[in-house]
Design a protein around this ligand. Structure first.
Ligand code: SF4
Ligand code: SF4
Length: 231
């Protein structure tokens, strides 16, 4: 008959582990050994439940939680993204793809020369580190608290396109494209001088896209004074 006492592996004599292997269980220990595993179950059964019933109960997120990305707009409705690709270069997971294009007088999507024509984030790669939003020079890219919509029917469904990421048109603003506020430069937008669409922008959209639904809700504001925007 073989000796049932476990033996320490050769070369490990003298460790706590070896001592544990040598110790014979007590008589009481032998009696309760078959049901000892239930001790954890029994000790946990009366403790409060910590499991979150997601998605029926939303988790409480920290204020700076990194959820789905958003491409933001200015208060007149122009897009903040200028297609510079800094977010894509900063991304350690190579999850962002940007293609820029030039704004034209007929199709101005963002202040200045360029805008993000193609913008994709691959959520199969993204690790939600937030380095992309730190790199963005215009605060075009931020991260929301949304976590429950990052699902797709297949792998392609988890590559979010620009239209999936673009923020809604702000209350009272006009959908892009439309010209910049008259008398301003792109730097005035970066400084926060733009507070809404002007009557000139509303007239332009009415002339070029009379069916645009944001015309009905647009609330024109006066253009900022020259000395205010260039100070
Ligand atoms: S959060 Fe991190 S991994 Fe995700 S797109 Fe931004 S930089 Fe890339
Ligand atoms: S989101 Fe920001 S960093 Fe990325 S391309 Fe647009 S402006 Fe540049």
């Amino acid at each position: 008959m073989t000796d049932p006492t476990p033996q320490a592996p050769r070369g490990r004599e003298g460790t706590d582990h070896d001592q544990w292997l040598r110790d014979e269980p007590s008589a009481l220990g032998r009696v309760f050994a078959p049901v000892a595993g239930y001790g954890v179950t029994l000790s946990s059964i009366f403790k409060p439940t910590v499991t979150e019933l997601y998605p029926f109960e939303k988790p409480v997120l920290m204020p700076r939680y990194h959820g789905r990305h958003q491409l933001n707009r200015y208060d007149d409705g122009l897009e903040k993204c200028v297609g510079c690709e800094l977010c894509a270069w900063a991304c350690p997971a190579d999850a962002i793809y940007v293609e820029a294009a030039s704004n034209t007088p007929e199709a101005q999507y963002s202040p200045g020369e360029r805008y993000g024509r193609v913008y994709q984030i691959n959520y199969l790669r993204c690790i939600f580190c937030g380095m992309c939003i730190e790199a963005c020079p215009t605060r075009a890219l931020t991260m929301t608290h949304e976590i429950d919509e990052l699902v797709g029917p297949n792998r392609t469904g988890l590559i979010y396109e620009k239209q999936d990421l673009l923020a809604p048109v702000p209350d009272g603003a006009l959908a892009a494209p439309h010209p910049m506020v008259e008398g301003t430069e792109d730097a005035d937008y970066y400084r926060g001088a733009i507070t809404g669409p002007t009557q000139g922008q509303v007239d332009w959209v009415r002339a070029h896209r009379p069916d645009d639904p944001t015309l009905a809700t647009a609330r024109p504001v006066p253009a900022p004074r020259k000395e205010a925007v260039h100070s």
